[in-house]
Design a protein around this ligand. Structure first.
Ligand code: FAD
Length: 466
């Protein structure tokens, strides 16, 4: 299949745009230091940066986009994990929290997370917006305030109901939830003409996913914006500026692998700077820049929705690597009142071999046994909704000695109580859907053939970071 796609004749509109003269500069190829000037400089080209770039260039402003990842487009997407993770993800998809307890998947490429995400498209729930208003006094972000913005972006990236039958992995979540009388729904997706291949996490080879890479960024480039790739925004200069304004952004060129700095320096001057480097990249830039932070909030309260995983074996083939991922969800356990125990959302992710191999516990024969059953493996994940309780303060971004970021995210009893409930819920759903074996993904690697045994073992599971 990879070889077929390698010679694919599918159109690659981004490459066509480049041929028509779009201003795209790969800093790994620069032989001199460079400087740029614009009305607006935007750090990061993910959901935030890409959207800002289109809106501002549409408004007639000159825009420079600064992206530390590479430009990779549909012609480069070969549905191969071994290529995609090192090329398109932060720290080769192995970014970890400080104590290594949580693996963090984040995009690092033109389009950021939107180039590699799984296309599930939800609006921020009303309960979340209410909580932010009531607990933190955040005004102007109510359901009615945001509705026109959501509508606009949903139109832009073609968010629509997914009317194709779910793949077996998602259908098992649906069946299990239905058998237990739990609420569930179909997830809307941001795709246009999706082939239902299921390789969204490796970059969409058919340009069906309406990521920033195929929507807002091309639109901004067509309006004359400049895109700098393999360019790491390092420091906002403000020391000698009047009124605390930022005078320039100092950037570092990266090598062709997009990881190690070169000696190339790029300076960007602009009237306005937008930091859209993601939940970890943005605080890192602000910390390196030593921006005024009188309340000590930069990088604090960084939330992840930490995810626990339950793997099951089904008698029938599941082929969780094929077909759209995450098309069914259940919020049955999510809507817990603020101040109560942690709630969680249930989804069924893609199950590709590398992702499965690094997620499953154990090693040697026990691990190999599970991997041999990949085609029969069914997986449910529970995303625990952190940040709605005093005992859920999130994590803090800090800088390593070399200036790169690391997130410290301590896990406490409040979190573990929810993780234990989520393991039990997922196991019950999987047995109700017909699983013959269920393994809560945990260092013990214990697996169970009956719901009652699983329930007892999960109640006693030792839960703590390794
Ligand atoms: C595998 C995966 C699956 C996901 N699935 C879903 C899903 O189905 N539904 C959903 O809603 N969300 C999903 N997400 C999350 C979603 O994609 C992100 O929440 C969203 O992209 C965040 O947007 P952002 O603009 O804040 O940051 P990002 O999209 O992460 O973009 C930030 C960009 O900034 C760049 N950057 C960072 N620091 C610097 C710097 N110093 N200089 C230059 N550039 C920098 C990064 O390389 C990156 O490209 C998924 C994410 C991943 C990784």
């Amino acid at each position: 299949m990879a070889e077929v796609l390698r010679v694919s004749r599918l159109p690659d509109p981004f490459r066509a745009g480049q041929r028509s003269g779009w201003k795209v500069i790969d800093a790994s190829t620069l032989t001199d230091d460079r400087s740029f000037e614009a009305d607006v400089a935007i750090v990061g080209t993910g959901a935030g940066g890409g959207t800002a770039a289109e809106i501002l260039s549409d408004a007639g402003l000159s825009v420079v986009m600064i992206e530390e990842g590479p430009l990779a487009t549909s012609s480069d997407f070969h549905m191969r994990e071994a290529e995609a993770y090192p090329q398109l993800y932060q720290e080769s998809a192995s970014r970890k929290t400080k104590d290594k307890a949580i693996n963090i998947l984040q995009g690092r490429c033109v389009g950021g997370g939107t180039t590699v995400n799984w296309t599930s498209s939800f609006r921020t729930p009303e309960a979340t917006l209410d909580y932010w208003r009531n607990a933190f006094g955040l005004e102007g972000f109510g359901v009615a305030d945001l509705a026109p913005w959501f509508e606009r972006m949903e139109r832009r990236v073609n968010v629509a109901p997914w009317t194709v039958a779910p793949n077996e992995n998602n259908d098992a979540l649906r069946r299990g939830a239905q058998a237990l009388g739990l609420g569930f729904g179909t997830i809307r997706r941001n795709v246009k003409g999706c082939w239902n291949i299921g390789y969204c996490g490796m970059g969409c080879p058919t340009n069906a996913k309406q990521s920033m890479l195929v929507t807002t960024i091309p639109a901004a480039l067509a309006r004359g914006a400049t895109l700098l790739t393999r360019t790491r925004a390092w420091k906002l200069e403000h020391a000698n500026a009047r009124n605390g304004q930022i005078s320039a952004l100092e950037c570092i060129g990266l090598d062709a692998r997009g990881t190690d700095p070169t000696s190339r320096r790029i300076t960007v001057r602009a009237k306005t700077f937008i930091a859209a480097g993601g939940a970890i990249g943005t605080p890192a830039l602000l910390l390196r820049s030593e921006v005024p932070d009188p309340h000590g909030v930069v990088g604090k309260r960084t939330f992840l929705h930490p995810t626990v995983v339950s793997a099951a074996l089904m008698p029938e083939r599941i082929d969780g690597f094929a077909g759209a991922p995450q098309t069914i969800y259940s919020d049955h356990f999510l809507d817990v009142a603020p101040g109560g125990p942690i709630g969680y959302k249930l989804e069924a992710p893609p199950i590709h071999p590398v992702l499965a191999a690094i997620t499953l516990p154990g090693q040697g024969e026990a691990h190999a046994r599970w991997m041999r059953e990949l085609a029969h493996m069914q997986v449910v994940i529970a995303l625990l909704r952190d940040g709605f309780h005093a005992d859920s303060p999130g994590g803090s971004v800090a800088l390593r000695d070399d200036g790169t970021p690391v997130l410290d995210y301590p896990l406490n009893d409040y979190f573990w109580e929810g993780a234990r409930r989520a393991f039990a819920t997922m196991a019950e759903i999987q047995f109700a859907a017909g699983a013959t074996t269920v393994m809560p993904v945990h260092a013990s690697g214990a697996s169970f053939n009956r719901w009652l045994d699983a329930r007892e073992a999960i109640a006693a599971l030792a839960l703590a970071p390794l």
